[in-house]
Design a protein around this ligand. Structure first.
Ligand SMILES: Cc1cc2nc3c(=O)[nH]c(=O)nc-3n(C[C@H](O)[C@H](O)[C@H](O)COP(=O)(O)O)c2cc1C
Length: 644
């Protein structure tokens, strides 16, 4: 059995002794109070992560100045009034003998609402890469004020009882804006050479050190590589790392990427291998002699242990893995690594939900995350017999949660396997982990004693005869078959059939529909050597390049030579060609030996009438209600179970 001796070894950082090498890195939650103080929700969220036993927890970004907030509800430390709330975060960690650092942050130009209110500042008046609006160029007076603000916030962290602070110098926020030539074109002592551009960071570190005293550890989070065209690289920044250490940094957190880095690489999608950027930590270790944290798609303790063993890094940060399964370390320690729910890097509940303004932090595969204050501990006051009909992600989650709460659950699935569309979709390139998550969830419900009836259709007669006390309808959807001449021809098939392996991709393929399934089946067919044209009737691709998987999908589809025709409809399918129309003009795609339909799905509902007649209470969840993503299906599944 792997005992993870490296991961579970202690380490000292300027007197702060950590019980292991695992760091929970800063993750913004939006769970704070509207006035920037700590809320019960933040405390509950952090407490749940502390129960998992990392050596060091870092808070999410905490604002040092009112003009540097990313969002108007961001946790803050620009005034002493924030100290009592911050103390409560410290207690959460210290009650469990865990060390906690506060991350201090200024957004600079990367704040939509500061830009919109004309309050954003930056090294130069160069527009934000994301929001397209310019900040005001900082005067030397502004620079002095912000340096002091970092120092004061660090002092408040120490007063609140934190064990350390982390200066946020990464991801395109103000400090990175100074470090990067792309955002800093100053001609004074804070611009020009790398050394000059780094001056702002070194002065902040010196001020923080002055405020917190000699015995208080300071971590510096850096984007060691900006991962953007024209940005700085590890080679550029390496020579100035010793200056950061001399100025006060006791540890370097080797992150990467900036706002606008293609594909949201900072919280990298599934296309990136676990631990893919550990080499950056190694580069930092070669430049300075302080502990270095590696980060980036770490999900498995075994890999983190190996990274420390080979001295690429001294500590390893697991970000999204702490959202998917806060207990993963305990499971690893107890020799139960197989029980870990592994993050699938879908980003639906976490970073993209925050970025796209969809709401507070969640996790698509862990319904407890971000909802700790309403998550029922169980058991339910009255155990009931519950039928869950349909074993896609929503149905599986509903069954898992209902069984966890003590209900007697039977799960019906027409197909021979659980997982629904997610299992089929996991056959697309890079999506294997989605299938593994389905396997994990299926094992969980088996362990909880859910009766799983595959190859079984729950019928009206069965419902009438057995009369379960509660039914959760998770029957999903059925593929939409568009009304197009030729749709019945032999060369036409459904995308799900292709992904499931029941139909082989043809040589010259037309995919009808450029949504996620259409793009993924195109990606799949192209990976098997097909020449693919995707026909989409919308003017803009429905797969957002703003999402990281969306970006990667677009890139792969383009690079593999697929053609994406937008604003185009299919008029007719023929034996070896397809007639399309765009802006009133018809043309023929030929030769075409296969037409794959990916026109979306529509809800499947065939049991509600009986349930109504029998007066059996029921919930409709996931795609059976309205076709959407995993995030919505699991959330509705969990909530139905909680509401039984
Ligand atoms: C929801 C979310 C919020 C984040 N907020 C912060 C933040 O406040 N400060 C920060 O330095 N990094 C932030 N990050 C980046 C993470 O700390 C981490 O570097 C990144 O997710 C990569 O690690 P992972 O692959 O283990 O998730 C955030 C990431 C996520 C997913």
């Amino acid at each position: 059995m792997n005992r993870f001796d490296n991961l579970f070894s202690t380490i000292k950082i300027r007197g702060m002794e950590l019980s292991n090498r695992v760091v929970m890195p800063p993750m913004g939650t939006l769970l704070g109070n509207p006035d920037g103080t700590v809320s019960e929700a933040v405390i509950a969220y952090l407490k749940r992560r502390a129960e998992g036993g990392p050596g060091l927890i870092m808070t999410e970004i905490v604002g040092v100045h009112p003009n540097g907030l990313s969002i108007n509800t961001q946790l803050s430390a620009f005034d002493d009034r924030f100290i009592p709330g911050l103390k409560r975060l410290v207690d959460v960690a210290h009650e469990r003998d865990i060390k906690i650092a506060m991350q201090i942050h200024h957004a600079g130009r990367e704040s939509f609402f500061m830009l919109a209110e004309g309050k954003a500042i930056g090294p130069s008046a160069i527009p934000s890469l994301i929001y397209g609006m310019p900040p005001r160029e900082m005067t030397e007076e502004d620079i002095g004020e912000i340096i002091q603000a970092f120092g004061s916030a660090a002092r408040r962290a120490r007063e609140a009882g934190f064990d350390a602070v982390e200066v946020h110098g990464a991801h395109g926020y103000l400090l990175t804006q100074f470090l990067s030539e792309l955002s800093n074109q100053r001609t004074d002592g804070y611009g020009g050479s790398m050394k000059n551009r780094a001056r702002f960071v070194t002065e902040i570190l010196a001020e923080v050190r002055k405020e917190v005293g000699d015995n208080f550890p300071i971590s510096l989070r850096l984007s060691v590589d900006e991962c953007i065209k024209g940005g700085y690289t590890a080679r550029d920044i390496a020579p100035i790392l010793p200056d950061f250490v001399s100025a006060g940094a006791d540890m370097i957190h080797a992150s990467f990427g900036t706002h606008g880095s293609p594909g949201g690489i900072t919280s990298a999608p599934i296309e990136y291998e676990p631990g893919f950027n550990a080499w950056l930590a190694r580069e930092v270790k070669e430049a300075v002699n302080v502990p270095v944290i590696a980060v980036g798609r770490f999900t498995e303790p075994a890999l983190a242990d190996a990274v420390i063993a080979r001295k690429d890094a001294d500590l390893v940060a697991f970000g999204r893995q702490f959202l998917a399964d806060p207990d993963f370390l305990i499971k690893a320690k107890e020799g139960r690594s197989g029980d870990i729910c592994t993050c699938i890097a879908c980003n639906q509940g976490c970073i993209e939900r925050l970025m796209l303004g969809e709401g507070k932090i969640r996790c698509a595969i862990n319904p407890e995350t971000g909802q700790e204050t309403i998550y029922p501990e169980g058991p339910a006051a009255k155990p009931r017999t519950v039928w869950v009909i349909g074993a896609g992600p929503g149905g599986l989650t509903a069954a898992n949660e209902a069984a966890r709460l003590g209900h007697d659950v039977t799960l019906f699935e027409e197909k021979s396997e659980t997982g629904g569309l997610v299992r089929i979709g996991s056959k697309a390139p890079f999506k294997k982990a989605y299938g593994e998550w389905i396997e994990w969830l299926t094992r969980e419900i088996e362990k909880r004693g859910v009766k799983i009836l595959t190859n079984t259709t729950a019928s009206d007669e069965m419902i009438g005869k057995t009369h379960p006390e509660m039914v959760i309808l998770a029957t999903g959807g059925k593929p939409i078959v568009p009304d197009i001449p030729g749709i019945d021809l032999d060369n036409v098939c459904d995308a799900l059939e292709v992904l499931a392996g029941n139909e082989k991709p043809g040589n010259n393929v037309v995919v009808l529909g450029g949504g996620q399934t259409g793009m993924e089946v195109a990606d799949f067919a192209a990976s098997k050597g097909s020449s693919v044209t995707i026909v989409e009737m919308l003017k803009r691709s429905p797969v957002m390049k703003l999402t990281s998987h969306g970006y990667m999908l677009h890139r792969r589809v383009r690079e593999s030579g697929c053609t994406l025709l937008l604003n185009t409809t299919v008029k007719k399918i023929e034996k070896d060609s397809v007639i399309i129309e765009s802006e009133g003009e018809e043309r023929t795609l030929s030769p075409v030996d296969q037409v794959i339909i990916a026109a979306g799905i529509e809800p499947l509902d065939n049991l509600t009438k009986t349930l109504e007649e029998e007066h059996i209470p029921y919930f409709i969840i996931g795609d059976a209600k309205k076709p959407r993503r995993i995030m919505e299906a699991t959330d509705e599944g969990a909530k139905a179970a909680w509401d039984i």
